[in-house]
Design a protein around this ligand. Structure first.
Ligand SMILES: C[S@@+](CC[C@H](N)C(=O)[O-])C[C@H]1O[C@@H](n2cnc3c(N)ncnc32)[C@H](O)[C@@H]1O
Length: 209
């Protein structure tokens, strides 16, 4: 099953993300993809917000997106992307791709939403060549007990409102424990409001062992 339908979220997300882009999200996407090169797999590409940020050294992007409405929006943006982008249905936990067939895998704001993030990371590792890069931009579990408590309570309802997103996931720790060596990671609060459960964020590059 490669279609996951979240019709209300799919209508709202591009608008919400446009506001986030103005607040700094656009720069984060550029940072995520700076100096990426070769063949790229992007999972959960959404409406294609990253496409405009791929540098010319990227030879091809295969973008997997399970939500049909977002996938259609992504296909439209793919046609205007600066590098060749193909948009396909699919889920990160079960990728239709050969072992070691990509130089770079990209996960942005998606490991919060997949049903099984550890399995998704195993799949991303499988399709990356040894030495290939996992580039990630994710919101993660907070670092104080109060914040974690707030995030856990938020996660009782948040996934129903935000297309399956969870705010208390330890995604950064799971990446480090999934057969990758973290080369760079920057952790920061974003947006800069204390009451936001979907913060802190990390932007990083982890290399497939
Ligand atoms: C918050 S959106 C982020 C979209 C995009 N990556 C971005 O940076 O704007 C989360 C995305 O994850 C996708 N998603 C949910 N479950 C997924 C799964 N199991 N495999 C791949 N993508 C998934 C959703 O359809 C949605 O496009």
């Amino acid at each position: 099953m490669t279609d996951l339908r979240h019709p209300i979220f799919a209508r709202l997300y591009p608008r919400l993300d446009a506001a986030t882009a103005k607040a700094g999200g656009s720069e984060h996407r550029a940072e995520l993809l700076a100096e990426a090169s070769g063949r790229v797999l992007e999972v959960g590409a959404g409406y294609g917000a990253n496409f405009a940020h791929y540098p010319p050294e990227v030879t091809e992007v295969v973008a997997v997106e399970p939500e049909p409405r977002l996938r259609a929006r992504a296909a439209a943006l793919a046609a205007r992307a600066p590098v060749p982008v193909t948009v396909r249905p699919g889920v990160a936990e079960d990728l239709d791709a050969d072992d070691a067939s990509f130089d770079v895998a990209v996960a942005s704001l998606v490991l919060c939403s997949v049903r099984d993030p550890v399995r998704a990371l195993a799949e991303l590792r499988r399709v990356l060549r040894p030495g290939g890069e996992l580039r990630y931009y994710e919101h993660v579990r907070g670092s104080t007990p109060g914040k974690v408590r707030f995030q856990r309570w938020t996660d009782v309802v948040w996934p129903y409102l935000a297309g399956g997103c969870h705010v208390s996931r330890r995604t950064d720790e799971w990446i480090a424990g999934s057969g990758f060596t973290v080369r760079t990671e920057r952790r920061f609060e974003f947006p800069d409001t204390r009451g936001n459960p979907a913060s802190p964020h990390v932007i990083g590059i982890a290399v497939r062992d």
